[in-house]
Design a protein. Structure first.
Length: 489
């Protein structure tokens, strides 16, 4: 009788551990002792619980087409199968006299003449193998649930982070600085309200070597996935549910929420205009229906604006961009400051800085205390492990916990410094913007003009042909109206 040798492992790691060669040698020696002619040898690296088992199915089809019976020789029942899914196929060939199965370690031979006790032994072997898989699956689920409760991410790190292995053998993720900067840039650009996913992707690609998480070119879809991922504010989404994680966030919750609002459609221009260079894209709403006012280019050079009329309750009335822009620039001209007011603003900025420095110093002291405490705990933990006061497993678990605490506090410390610096610079630039707004606007590029308009104006609404304008603070406090300077303390 001809024989087929079937040696299988579930993973590449087992294969590298010489499990397959060892199986093959044992099975070959057995076949030769039995006087079988070895027809073929299958060395398989695949899980026996997969729905599609290519090489197993090849063996079955080969035996079906053969005119001669075969002995299928394998090490144990669980090497051949770990569920009853394949049993009908094998049993059908057995009853036809085309197959006998030799399970070497169990000392079990299943053929056409096998009695009920032998068949029961085969079924029990499959049952135990199947039970093992279910228990293993339950253990994996429990482990994953515990990781989620601990705020641990167990999959590939999102773009902006990287997977790392700690000295203790535990795995974690850390910030990847270059990618993190790209993520922050995407959120900042989209939050301006005048960029589409496509234009952001183009800007990111223009940086040169930036790639997506899979090493491919950044596309609009890449940007969309990143902008929708709450992981960057400390929340991981798993099977549709949200859980807090322990890794440093890359952006603030306020920025994330603003981007989500824009993604849902607020202040977002219709898709058909997303790629066109339209200055006021997404900045104006219709006063009548609160829908988006969109822009269109006529005769390839004139820009007109009108309500997109998605609710079908408005009458379209097109307004030239120059008309709207002149109204906005008039507000730039009306923003004036006397010398006394400039002095007041400077004093206010100084007072703000003094208060901010005091608050920042207090916060830094608290964070530095937490950082020192985490480092002290790590040092004591190492000493306890060296002295044999705690076992290796406890040491690894606590070390990972203290390392995460140290990483989080360090990130908070850095974040506080960055926030203060950004606010400090913005405050100092307010006076320059207020006094030279028109000049700065007229000398700027399109995207810079859009940023400047967003910085000065909020709640721009169009009532057919009339534009209602609302200045942001503190510019609304500096506006001259009907020859009277409005200045409120």
């Amino acid at each position: 009788m001809k024989a087929i040798i079937f040696a299988r492992v579930s993973s590449k790691e087992q294969e590298d551990g010489q499990s397959i060669p060892a199986q093959t040698r044992r099975l070959t020696e057995y076949a030769l002792k039995k006087g079988f002619e070895i027809d073929s040898t299958y060395q398989v690296t695949e899980s026996s619980i997969k729905e599609t088992r290519k090489q197993f199915n090849q063996i079955v089809e080969y035996i079906k087409k053969s005119k001669h019976p075969y002995a299928l020789i394998t090490d144990t029942v669980d090497r051949l199968q770990r569920s009853f899914r394949e049993t009908p196929q094998l049993d059908d060939l057995r009853r036809q006299g085309k197959l006998e199965i030799h399970f070497l370690r169990e000392g079990l031979i299943i053929d056409q003449t096998s009695n009920s006790a032998q068949l029961l032994q085969w079924d029990i072997g499959v049952l135990f193998a199947s039970s093992f898989i279910r228990q293993l699956s339950d253990n994996v689920k429990r482990s994953q649930e515990q990781c989620i409760r601990n705020g641990q991410w167990t999959s590939k790190a999102p773009y902006g982070y990287k997977n790392v292995s700690l000295p203790s053998g535990q795995k974690t993720i850390e910030i990847e600085p270059e990618q993190a900067a790209v993520v922050s840039k995407m959120y900042e650009l989209y939050a301006l309200g005048n960029h589409s996913l496509q234009t952001i992707a183009e800007k990111i690609r223009a940086l040169g070597s930036v790639k997506s998480a899979r090493g491919k070119t950044v596309t609009a879809r890449t940007v969309e996935v990143i902008l929708n991922n709450p992981f960057y504010i400390g929340i991981m989404r798993i099977k549709g549910k949200l859980h807090r994680h322990n890794y440093p966030p890359l952006i603030s919750e306020s920025l994330f929420n603003k981007v989500q609002e824009l993604l849902r459609g607020h202040n977002k221009a219709p898709v058909q205009y997303a790629g066109k260079p339209i200055l006021l894209r997404g900045m104006i709403k219709c006063k009548n229906c609160e829908g988006t006012v969109c822009g269109d280019i006529k005769k390839q050079k004139y820009v007109y604006y009108s309500c997109h009329n998605t609710k079908r309750i408005c009458v379209k009335k097109w307004v030239r961009e120059e008309v709207i822009l002149n109204e906005l620039l008039t507000h730039f001209d009306n923003i004036q400051l006397t010398d006394d007011q400039i002095s007041d603003v400077i004093e206010a900025i100084k007072a703000y800085e003094s208060e901010a420095q005091s608050s920042m110093k207090k916060l830094r002291t608290q964070l530095e205390h937490r950082l020192a405490l985490a480092r002290e705990r790590i040092s004591k933990l190492v000493d306890m492990h060296v002295d044999g006061k705690i076992d290796a497993q406890t040491y690894r678990v606590k070390l990972d916990e203290y390392n995460r605490e140290q990483q989080l506090v360090s990130a908070e410390l850095k974040s506080c410094e960055e926030i203060y610096t950004a606010e400090h610079v913005t405050a100092q630039e307010v006076l320059l913007l207020a006094r030279e707004a028109r000049e700065i606007f007229e000398s700027s590029k399109l995207d810079e003009k859009q940023q400047l308009l967003n910085f000065f104006f909020s709640n721009l609404t169009l009532d057919r042909e009339k534009l209602d304008v609302e200045l942001r603070e503190p510019f609304n406090l500096m506006s001259k109206h009907e020859d009277h300077l409005i200045w409120r303390d």
